[in-house]
Design a protein around this ligand. Structure first.
Ligand code: GLU
Length: 280
């Protein structure tokens, strides 16, 4: 089977050096296997995503020398696939999950959740199991409320990570709880849209930052609901700065846009961060 990979930036801010490292690694891995690379703009969150960041992400990819070979034809060049144009497809999937009783409407606000108290896992709040059954009211317009996926409590989700070269295992209900697949205001969430798109685009290899390891476990549960083939997964190290924090996109000083504008040597910068391997 032909290997297919994807670059999937979220245009909610400027890309930084950490993105450069992961995208270069994705391209390297796909080229090694003579595969096909696809570009997808992950802009489901209409409140956070902006066209200016789509434009600068495309410019940054080109400046890094990364190319992709599939997408809408822009007269010689390939454009990206755009998630915000796929709302109807995501709705179709939500309807199926709803009909099968795998998701439930959840009107509970973040504030109510905080007041109720919840335990934390991996730095994220776990949705309390006892609140599941209080979430029964479905409004007339089903898209005007959040929908949560009911995780199979106690089920171990395992996958082999081809970058970390080990098996990763998480337990549903312990490492992560019921998660939102549809957000009121007409938005599929990241977890849902990424699975639907990776399936629709026949992606066979998903390489992304290590900060998405838990998301991979959630997404595998969605693949299994539909009996869709799971891609191979790999997670790249997330670039740390001096204080050891995850590099935020908001830190303009390290944005690729500013690095290119100042004419700094991004290859040297990657090497200084210990990420030179992606340049081999
Ligand atoms: N769009 C995500 C991001 O920019 C990446 C998601 C993925 O690769 O699955 O962080």
């Amino acid at each position: 089977m032909k290997v297919r990979g994807r670059l999937a930036p979220t245009p909610s801010g400027e890309l930084h050096l950490g993105h450069a490292a992961s995208f270069l690694r994705v391209e390297q891995s796909i080229r090694e296997k003579n595969g096909t690379l696809v570009l997808r703009i992950e802009d489901v969150d209409r409140l956070r995503c902006k066209q200016e960041f789509v434009d600068s992400s495309l410019e940054a990819l080109k400046a890094l020398g990364i190319s992709w070979e599939e997408g809408p034809d822009l007269g010689g060049d390939f454009g990206p696939y755009i998630q915000s144009q796929k709302t109807d497809r995501y709705k179709e999937i939500i309807l199926e999950l709803k009909e099968r009783g795998l998701i439930y409407p959840c009107p509970i606000s973040r504030r109510q959740l905080r007041e109720h108290g919840f335990s934390m896992a991996h730095g994220e709040p776990l949705f309390p199991v006892d609140l599941r059954d209080s979430c029964v009211e479905e409004p007339e317009d089903m898209w005007s409320i959040n929908w949560r996926f009911r995780v199979p409590d106690g089920l171990e989700v395992k996958f082999y990570d081809q970058e970390l070269n080990k098996i990763i295992a998480y337990t549903a209900g312990e490492d992560f709880g019921d998660f939102i697949v549809w957000r009121r205001g007409n938005m599929a969430t990241y977890e849902l849209s990424v699975v639907v798109d990776d399936y629709d685009m026949q992606i066979t290899e998903v390489l992304r930052g290590e900060d998405l390891l838990l998301s991979t476990a959630r997404q595998i549960l969605l693949y299994r609901c539909f009996d869709w083939p799971e891609p191979a997964f790999g997670h790249c190290p997330v670039l740390k700065d001096g204080e050891g924090e995850k590099l935020a996109k908001t830190r303009g000083s390290r944005s690729l846009k500013s690095i290119f504008a100042e004419g700094r040597d991004w290859r040297e910068m990657l090497k200084d961060c210990g990420l030179g391997k992606v340049l081999d």
